[in-house]
Write a protein that binds this ligand. Sequence first.
Ligand code: SF4
Ligand code: SF4
Length: 209
Amino acid sequence: MRQRRVELVEQVEPVEPSICIDCSMCCDGTMYRTVDIEAGEDIAPLQAAAVAFTVEAELTSFLQPCSAFCHGSCSIYDGRPSVCRKYRCALLRRVDAGEVAYDEARKLIANATAIRDRVRHELERLVQPQEPLALDGLYKPMFARWESATDRAAMKKAQSRLILDITALRVLLSRYFEPRDSESHKAEETKNLATKFIDFHVIDFHGQR
Ligand code: SF4
Ligand code: SF4
């Protein structure tokens, strides 16, 4: 009996939980402003979750932060669109391929989400948006404010932590998370604005503007 119990224990492989727990950067507006839906998709579950849509050149997209994302998970998980079912960020792919260990991935996510939280908190404090916005929606008014500031040096000094965090977040997203081949999830808008933001301050720092 004891021998049988040992055999059973040895047969059961420990199953690691998903690396996505406590991340959500592909749903919460950190990585993307919009997600494109496939033609013919049943959007009733998204509509029921009060998700906002845009239609451009016959392409329907929904806005992030996704309003179906509640209390750390997808509230329409079984009815989520096929693009969400198929989506896998670069880190998740590397974990699945055995190139990055689970613990290493969790450390990267903990690091990135801690920076994300600081960036979002500070941008929301400064911008005071009337509704939840993706990061690019917060970058836009902040960038306009910085561009028109009369005393850029003082503003830069006061917000140096924010600038460093935006830079660190951009590096982490680009290096570890953004897949290069996703047709539904496009990082370009958020990426371009953050890069513009960083360039602006680097150039400003060297007194060339
Ligand atoms: S960004 Fe990657 S790790 Fe994070 S929730 Fe999305 S798929 Fe999972
Ligand atoms: S529908 Fe679900 S999986 Fe898709 S973006 Fe929204 S919260 Fe994330």
